[in-house]
Write a protein that binds this ligand. Structure first.
Ligand code: AP5
Length: 210
């Protein structure tokens, strides 16, 4: 068992996990491990993992447990994760949670709560830079439309950020990930945080419960 601080940010697609995990990383100096980002990097690199994962991701489904568990185990060995880590998008299924429990201690689970009727607007308005900077056309637009403020790269829309795919992803969340939250609730390490409102206000709520 490796001793270090382990945080999980869990919540529906578009609840703001990635946005808040980046802030937590800056504040706490922990590694931010997003299985979604790692999978998108594998797809962009055209690796075998990327080729295997792409179809599931494009359909709004979940990538098979064995693939993401291997990816996660590797990420946890990175030096950046030695002090602590923030998991964003993992675990999403009970087998993933079991594999995590066998590898590391989890201290706190932040359950980021956003009503489903706000999710579609958040997700369909999201724009990304290839380097991973995230914008929203209404809530956090770039200074120049379609261009990343930080890198100057052209922004793109994720292929799974369409209304149909959002519905499929929310169904997966209900069926596969809610039981994961219940599993951690039984250990009394889950804290529910209201994810509605300005991202800074949400961040203040998270810091208050940590
Ligand atoms: P992943 O990338 O993890 O997608 P997700 O869980 O669906 O979450 P999102 O990235 O869509 O949203 P988020 O909660 O991070 O929100 P964000 O901060 O960006 O996974 C993608 C796919 O990979 C999965 O569907 C699956 O196929 C596969 N995968 C990944 N992990 C897996 C696993 N463990 N097992 C199996 N398969 C896996 O915010 C969204 C938008 O809202 C942004 O535009 C943002 O600017 C805006 N926003 C954020 N906060 C606010 C706020 N407070 N107010 C207004 N707007 C806000």
């Amino acid at each position: 068992m490796v001793e270090r601080t382990g945080l999980i940010l869990i919540g529906a697609p578009g609840s703001g996990k990635g946005t808040q995990a980046k802030k937590l990383k800056d504040q706490l100096g922990f590694a931010h491990i997003s299985t979604g980002d790692l999978l998108r990097a594998a797809v962009a690199a055209g690796s075998k993992l990327g080729l295997d994962a792409k179809g599931y991701m494009d359909a709004g489904g979940l990538v098979p447990d064995a693939l993401v568990i291997d990816l996660l185990r590797e990420a946890l060995t990175e030096p950046a994760a030695a002090k602590g880590f923030i998991l964003d998008g993992f675990p999403r299924t009970i087998p993933q949670a079991e594999a995590l429990d066998a590898a590391v201690r989890i201290d706190r689970v932040i359950d980021l709560q956003v009503p489903f009727d706000l999710i579609e607007e958040r997700i369909t308005g999201r724009r990304m830079s290839p380097s991973g900077h995230v914008y929203h056309v209404k809530y956090s637009p770039p200074k120049i439309e379609g261009t990343c403020d930080v890198t100057g790269e052209k922004l793109y829309q994720r292929s799974d950020d369409t209304p149909e795919k959002v519905r499929a992803r929310l169904e997966k969340f209900d069926a596969e990930t809610r039981p994961v939250i219940a599993r951690y609730q039984s250990r009394r390490i889950v804290v529910a945080v209201d994810g509605v409102g300005d991202p800074e206000a949400v961040f203040t709520r998270i810091m208050a419960v940590l």
